[in-house]
Ligand binder design. Structure first.
Ligand code: ADP
Length: 375
């Protein structure tokens, strides 16, 4: 007996948020004419009514008129996202032919915009079709990214224990080999095993840190930058002494930051300035300048420098340049970038090979509107 699979696809559910009854009727008529996929349209006449409906039912698409009694323009979309979260498939209707409002809506997460009075039935149907498809892709992409992140996290986590054991036994073996008359090759090979196991352990540890960053939420609070720099310098004391480095810093301002994460950034930049030093003793200076609402922090060294062609690439995960430190894994600057971006800032580098580099990043002086962000 053969069985056939029937597709009981339910109609697409659209919520139209529109205060004018005439416009709502026009919208329903136009869409009915050109959009042949089974669908239903519910109308909410205000944001409040839309929130009530969305609290009770699921919709595949929300078409939001930006001109409502409670609010006008882009504030309507902001109010909508604030109440319902950004995780909503929205197409906006803009009142004027001012494209900048529509473009702003796209930047804030809307799937598309239509200008009222300037679209016909076909255009409307097309916007609905494309909007739904874009939303489907956005969800698939989010899921793929989440899966990848949790895979990286799991892989790194599960590799940690066996690698630790390999490192430990390699260390014990090395002690044994060193303690007796062994031929040169034997000593060398055991040394390699130990070095590679240590390197793999560092890689896994950094990978774990990198993947964890994706789940940590950052809470910004006023922080004395000078204190964080002092702590970063103290924690790097042994490598500073070993390399005869000198770290200086000007009186530094107060910034909005998560102190632990900011410390991580400074530790990374200072330790890189030492690792990638030139022929002379490292001289590192932490300075800053005021950019109005932001502070630009600069960590300058007199090290090897970086060729222009690589300046962007070094912030990508696992990007290591020829001659990079053998202990590094190429995640330090990628983590710095994630942290700085979660602080609403930017990080970049300028450099002159043979002379030195300056790593600059920006931080806010006062709290942003949404002071919680995921790294
Ligand atoms: P890692 O140090 O583990 O290799 P990073 O992400 O910290 O990884 O740095 C990426 C690459 O950028 C390094 O491998 C190095 O080539 C280059 N780099 C970073 N900081 C400096 C610096 N201060 N001076 C010169 N090169 C640097």
């Amino acid at each position: 007996m053969s069985s056939s699979v029937r597709n009981f696809q339910r109609p697409i559910r659209i919520l139209l948020v529109e205060d004018s009854r005439d416009h709502a009727i026009l919208f329903q008529g136009s869409l009915g004419k050109a959009y042949k996929t089974p669908h239903t349209i519910d109308v909410a006449e205000s944001l409040g009514e839309a929130f009530d409906r969305l609290g009770l039912e699921r919709y595949d698409l929300i078409v939001l008129d930006l001109g409502l009694p409670e609010s006008q323009g882009i504030e309507t979309l902001d109010a909508f996202y604030e109440a319902m979260g950004r995780d909503q498939p929205v197409i906006v209707l803009t009142a004027t032919d001012d494209e900048s409002v529509g473009e702003e809506a796209l930047r804030r997460g809307a799937l598309d915009f239509l200008t009222k009075g300037f679209f016909g039935a076909d255009q409307l149907a097309r916007a609905v079709r494309y909007g739904l498809e874009r939303w489907r892709q956005r969800i698939a992409l989010d899921k793929a990214q989440r899966d990848l992140k949790s895979f990286a996290h799991m892989a790194a986590h599960d590799l940690k224990a066996p690698l630790k054991s390999i490192s430990m036994y390699a260390g014990l073996l090395q002690d044994k080999v060193n303690g007796r008359q062994s031929d040169q090759e034997e000593v060398e090979f055991v040394g390699y095993v130990s070095d590679f196991a240590n390197q793999a352990e560092r890689l896994v540890e950094s990978l774990l840190q990198f993947s964890l960053m994706g789940e940590k939420s950052v809470t910004l609070a006023p922080v004395e930058l000078g204190e964080v720099v002092s702590q970063a310098v103290a924690s790097a004391r042994s490598s500073i002494e070993e390399s005869k480095a000198e770290v200086t810093f000007a009186p530094l301002p107060r910034v909005q930051a998560d102190p632990d994460l900011l410390m991580h950034v400074l530790q990374n930049l200072i330790s890189n300035a030492i690792k990638y030093r030139g022929d002379t003793d490292p001289r590192i200076h932490v300075g800053w300048r005021d950019l109005g609402g932001e502070v630009e922090v600069a960590v300058t060294d007199n090290g090897q420098g970086i060729k222009d062609a690589y300046l962007e690439r070094i912030f990508e995960p696992f990007s290591r340049l020829a001659g990079s430190d053998s202990e590094g894994v190429g995640l330090g600057l990628a983590i710095c970038r994630r942290v700085v971006e979660a602080h609403h800032g930017q990080i970049w580098a300028v450099s002159e090979p043979g002379v030195g580099s300056t790593f600059r990043f920006t931080l806010l002086k006062s709290p942003p509107d949404d002071s919680q962000k995921v790294v």
